[in-house]
Design a protein around this ligand. Structure first.
Ligand code: BMA
Length: 834
């Protein structure tokens, strides 16, 4: 029976390559010894284009969606319901009213049974076309979460074990008029435990997360979103489900599977070129010849190539030279220029079969990661040049926006990413413990100029390297790179989160004598497999094996530096919860700060939705339960205590709200101080350190309503930190710092003056926004405006009010009114905390 589609070998192209710049054939790597064919290219300039839209109807592939309502049942058949696809079991149970909101109070542990059961999705479907007319019919899953047996008409098609892969099963010989398709899941938790048990030669730590996370064990043994087994900011919801599109595809002759564009700037010719890669499955037994025309009207560029598709799965690569006399506007990151893209049409006219017309956007930008000696400093630089310009990377780290990916809509993504751009960020790091994000995420980043540092999905753990595991990872990596490489927003591929550091600093107490085994595994996974595939698939971006890393110095030391946190090389992650965060001397003068942060609590209106009255205190069971970072709640109080009075109100709810407010003030102030330190270290070398060229604080967004390092709450509400980010990431920033009695710019230390004041708020409407006029009788430090559950953001918040009157604008995200806003508004400043 057919199994997951792999690249099939194809004969070498019959004609010699017609142009330079063609990449050599590469090994498929997924089946030993199979070489992938590449069609010969013969450019014919200025051949007229065909003008039909989309894939032409005559003979084109038939696609039948299997999205929608499926039957869903648990292991022993005691629970049966309808479940949406794409979706997962938790969402289905919640939608049908069989469980409460999984985020409510302690439900994450109450609902553990859901992930421990084995669920089955099934449905019948009628084939909407005449099966006999098609040479090949596939059942395609864009994403299965995670371990499942796939059956059609009671015949097993294959198994899935990696939520980041795309699975395509050949069902040509088994599809009927009416079909029964089943996806029988195995609990991800049981599977991971079993895999760990079977790995007898040596253990692969960590076995389990710390108890404070209330999570599941052995996440590293399953290719699934690592934080779904719990994290220090997130719950354990190891979901099961068909989380992406599923469909039937039927075709004759050939089928286009991947299509990607990569720009290059040829320095010698001072000309842009575009590499177009198309990966086909060719079902004919003979090669198919044809013409491919690429047309970018705005750049007066049109080229036609003669191609030959070899039987089997293979790719063709075309190199289009952009007309030199057309001025190409490059794609720039937010704050540095426009995000120009050019409409482009690619038409495949083949001798047999149908015509394909692909519409896409072509973007032009280059990226370099510069690691070179710096005068007066040991080590190497570590910074990005975009279109030849050094760019200071400003932003944060992205984690999954929800434990249940099917709840992450375009609007969710837009709101979070737009908020990042509105806070003057130009970059985000998609962190390796989550998921490779959906296409829409990267489309938005392309559109608004957010650069993406893309991790591969491995985090804070060691990983197995047995043959099956590696095969699965290899398929995952080539799929993801092919899917994503057209996005100009992606500027870096990075192998993992903190795994170089985990070995180097011996997080898991591995006896010295056993170290070599783990180092060998590390190099095998990230260097000999992941890196090798990335470099083959995408020559347009840099690759680093880990974050933090010493970059080229790590490579020199065998890919594992003794100290990956060395400030003279690469990037660093830095967390310090005990020292006073206003003291900038505690921060490392690093080349690139890719993680640093402090926790705070989300606002009361966000917490309120998932809690009840008895939970509303800082020391309630609920408050302890939601805190997944050991000692996190105490650390926040301790940090607050360095500069502020702790709340003393006898009213418990007021005390809770005051504490929440102070955690946010503290977090905002700490991260402001640290970020400003990194920004002002950009142009100086002091005692050999400096030349900092990046500040990505931990973390942008939240996965649920809980204390965390995020600046955006679950639901998108801006914490005070996010308002501060808007200022500390501003293009022009006056930075103040004091060194040994010398005030280099100015200080902010008088913010908590103990004065009596009256603060008033009037609200009015102008067009789609609301105007808040604030009046004060004295200086008001850290003024916070909060409109509870009303969705939207202010133009400024958490500010020091020195003027008598200040106007703040509220941008609503959904319809509201002056009355509603007036009713919901609470105003807090430091002097209100009692
Ligand atoms: C870093 C991240 C995450 C974690 C964060 C806060 O190490 O990579 O793993 O959530 O710190 O502890």
């Amino acid at each position: 029976m057919a199994v997951r589609r792999r690249r099939r070998g194809a004969a070498a192209p019959p004609e010699p390559p017609a142009r330079s710049g063609r990449r050599p054939c590469r090994l498929s790597g997924r089946r030993a010894g199979a070489a992938m064919g590449r069609a010969a290219l013969l450019p014919l300039l200025l051949v007229a284009t065909a003008g039909r839209a989309g894939v032409s109807a005559a003979g084109g592939p038939e696609v039948h969606s299997l999205r929608g309502s499926w039957r869903l049942g648990n292991g022993n058949g005691s629970v049966v319901l309808r479940g949406e696809v794409p979706g997962c079991v938790h969402t289905a149970l919640h939608r049908r009213g069989l469980i409460q909101d999984p985020y409510y109070r302690f439900n994450d542990v109450m609902y553990r049974w859901i992930s421990l059961d084995n669920w089955t999705y099934s449905r019948t479907f009628k084939t909407p076309f005449d099966i006999r007319k098609w040479q090949k019919v596939n059942l395609v899953f864009e994403g299965v979460d995670t371990v499942a047996q796939i059956l059609i008409n009671n015949i097993t098609l294959g198994r899935t074990d990696n939520m980041f892969n795309r699975y395509s099963f050949d069902i040509t010989s088994v599809i009927k008029e009416v079909n029964f398709v089943e996806v029988r899941f195995l609990s991800a938790v049981s599977y991971a435990a079993e895999q760990s048990r079977c790995h007898k030669a040596y253990s692969i730590p960590p076995a389990c997360p710390p108890p404070v996370q209330k999570g599941e064990c052995h996440a590293n043994f399953i290719r699934k979103e690592q934080c779904s087994f719990s994290w220090d900011w997130g719950p354990s919801f190891p979901t099961q489900g068909i989380w992406k599109d599923v469909r039937i595809e039927a075709y004759n002759h050939y089928h286009l599977i991947y299509f990607s564009l990569t720009p290059f700037f040829v320095k010698s010719a001072q000309q842009w070129s575009l590499e177009i890669e198309s990966i086909f499955d060719v079902v004919s037994s003979k090669p198919i010849a044809g013409l491919v025309t690429v047309n970018i009207p705005k750049l007066q560029t049109q080229q036609t190539f003669s191609v030959k598709l070899q039987p089997g799965e293979g790719s063709i690569v075309l190199l289009v030279n952009i007309n030199k006399s057309s001025a190409v506007e490059a794609w720039w990151p937010n704050g540095h220029g426009k995000q120009t893209g050019y409409n482009m049409t690619t038409t495949f006219i083949m001798e047999a079969g149908y015509q394909i017309e692909k519409f896409s956007k072509a973007y032009f930008r280059t990226v370099e990661l510069v690691q070179e000696p710096i005068p007066g400093s040991p080590g190497l630089s570590f910074y990005f040049k975009i279109n030849g310009r050094p760019i200071f990377i400003k932003g944060s780290n992205w984690i999954p926006a929800d434990s249940f990916q099917d709840r992450v809509t375009y609007d969710t993504l837009w709101l979070l990413l737009k908020s990042a751009a509105d806070a003057n960020m130009n970059a985000l790091r998609v962190w390796g413990g989550g998921v490779y994000e959906q296409d829409e995420f990267y489309n938005i980043c392309d559109e608004i100029g957010i650069m993406i540092w893309q991790d591969f999905m491995f985090a804070c753990a060691l990983y197995p390297t047995d043959q099956n595991y590696l095969e699965s990872v290899r398929a995952e990596v080539s799929h993801q790179v092919r899917r994503l490489k057209s996005h100009p927003s992606i500027i870096l591929w990075s192998g993992n989160n903190e795994n170089e550091a985990a070995i180097a600093s011996n997080w898991f107490s591995i006896p010295y004598a056993d170290r070599e085994v783990y180092i060998k595994d590390y190099v095998l996974l990230y260097v000999k497999n992941i890196r090798e595939i990335v470099l083959t698939e995408d020559k347009s971006r840099p690759f680093i094996a880990s974050s933090p890393t010493n970059g080229l110095e790590s490579v020199k030391e065998g890919w594992l530096s003794q100290n990956p946190y060395d400030t003279h090389y690469g990037d660093t992650h830095f967390y310090d919860y005990s020292n006073d965060c206003w003291n900038w001397t505690v921060y490392p003068k690093t080349r690139f700060a890719s993680e640093y942060g402090f926790q705070s609590w989300p606002s009361f209106s966000t917490i309120e939705k998932v809690s009840s009255t008895e939970d509303w205190s800082y020391t309630s069971n609920f408050s302890l339960h939601r805190q997944h970072h050991e000692n996190g709640n105490d650390q926040m109080l301790q940090q607050i205590g360095h500069h502020f009075k702790l709340p003393q109100s006898t009213d418990p709810i007021k005390k809770f709200k005051d504490t929440i407010y102070l955690t946010q003030v503290m977090q905002a102030q700490c991260i402001k101080t640290e970020t400003e330190f990194y920004r002002f270290s950009q142009s100086e070398i002091i005692k050999g350190e400096g030349h900092t060229m990046g500040a990505l604080y931990w973390q942008l967004n939240d996965i649920w309503q809980a204390p965390s390092w995020a600046s955006l709450e679950y639901g998108g509400k801006w914490k005070l930190l996010h308002y501060f980010a808007q200022n500390f990431f501003a293009p022009l920033l006056p930075v103040a710092y004091e060194d040994k009695g010398v005030l280099y710019v100015y200080g902010v230390s008088d913010l908590h003056a103990d004065r009596k004041l009256t603060l008033r708020a009037s609200v009015s409407q102008r067009d789609d926004v609301y105007i808040f006029v604030l009046q004060t009788t004295a200086i008001a430090p850290f003024v916070s405006l909060d409109v509870g559950r009303i969705k939207g953001r202010f133009s400024d918040n958490g500010f020091l009010m020195t003027e008598k009157k200040k106007v703040v604008v509220f941008y609503p995200w959904e319809p509201t009114s002056v009355e509603e806003l007036e009713e919901s508004l609470t105003l807090t400043s430091l002097v209100d905390v009692v």
